[in-house]
Write a protein that binds this ligand. Structure first.
Ligand code: NAP
Length: 278
């Protein structure tokens, strides 16, 4: 029951109407009998939204598009990994000290590690935006080599250059084309972070089926639909596949633990999102 002791958590972003985080977290609070409620806030004034955490004693926020980088300037402390990635998706209000974390990279790496040992593997990441950044960081941190394939070559090069400041010569970048894709047979992991194939344009794919090789472990971080055209093509090629739902639930579970200090009920979180997406 919501009462005068209920703690408030929210997700801030723009647009926010389609976020699956409120049902996922509220189901988890209910399952664990925790007196919390989770709401979605469509935010225009980011500074105002952050200040309101102090004014209203809001326990935590998840942060989504387009604020994951901009929000850093408003926080008191940034966890070292989130600082290196340059993006925060979780804020916890600890006695009026606002601490920023990144659970996106944890979510993706946990999902991959359920299927493969990342150390010394060769990974290709499609896209060079915010999610790619977090995932490349996580892969390199676990000892993989990373090749970024991106539409804007300069943006990919820039990201690879930044990553190489921490992991010398372990990151590189190219454009997506027939020639670069000849390389794919020598790789172990392929992760898509390009938002092509998302609902409602579910017949689209960011990567031609002919480019795939069956030895790959393929993950798409898009979770609506649960099985994208890219994943269907990978499955038909003989690849092992991981849905974006796994990353989404894992990042939510890691945030839940930061907000509540309790072990997240991952099964119910996953079932809630899966049921909504069906
Ligand atoms: N499962 C999860 O938990 C989870 C978590 C975070 C994000 N996501 C999803 O990940 C996706 C990416 O998010 P983001 O924050 O990284 O976005 P972002 O920062 O906007 O980056 C998007 C990237 O995709 C590329 N791209 C966009 N449209 C393209 C197109 N039509 N053709 C080729 N490349 C294209 C962009 O290339 P250019 O550099 O050339 O523009 C850019 O590199 C979204 O679908 C988001 O919902 C999922």
């Amino acid at each position: 029951m919501i009462d005068s002791k209920t703690k408030l958590i929210g997700v801030i972003g723009k647009p926010i109407e389609h976020s699956m985080s409120p049902p996922m977290h509220n189901a988890a609070f209910l399952k664990n009998s925790l007196n919390y409620v989770y709401l979605a806030f469509g935010v225009e004034d980011l500074g105002g939204a952050i200040k309101s955490m102090l004014a209203l004693n809001i326990r935590g926020y998840n942060v989504t598009i387009p604020y994951k980088t901009e929000v850093i300037a408003y926080l008191d402390q940034i966890e070292p990994v989130a600082k290196k990635i340059g993006a925060v998706n979780t804020i916890v209000n600890e006695n009026n000290i606002l601490k920023g974390y990144n659970t996106d990279y944890i979510g993706a790496i946990e999902a991959l590690e359920e299927k493969i040992k990342i150390k010394d593997k060769k990974a290709i990441v499609l896209g060079a935006g915010g999610a790619s950044r977090a995932i490349c960081f996580g892969l390199l941190n676990k000892g993989a080599e990373v090749l970024i394939l991106n539409r804007s070559v300069e943006k990919g090069m820039l990201l690879a250059g930044e990553l190489n400041q921490h992991w010398k010569s372990k990151a590189s970048s190219m454009s997506i084309n027939e020639a670069t894709v000849q390389l794919i047979k020598g790789y172990d992991i392929l992760v898509n972070t390009i938002p092509v194939g998302m609902y409602p344009k579910t017949d689209q794919t960011p990567f031609k089926k002919d480019f795939l090789a069956k030895n790959l472990l393929v993950m798409d971080i898009i979770y609506n639909p649960i099985q994208t055209q890219f994943l269907k093509d990978a499955k038909n090629t003989g690849c092992r596949i991981i849905s974006g739902l796994e990353m989404f639930v894992n990042q939510g579970a890691a945030s839940f633990e930061l907000f509540t200090g309790k072990k997240p009920p991952k099964d119910i979180m996953k079932k809630t999102v899966k049921d909504l997406l069906r």
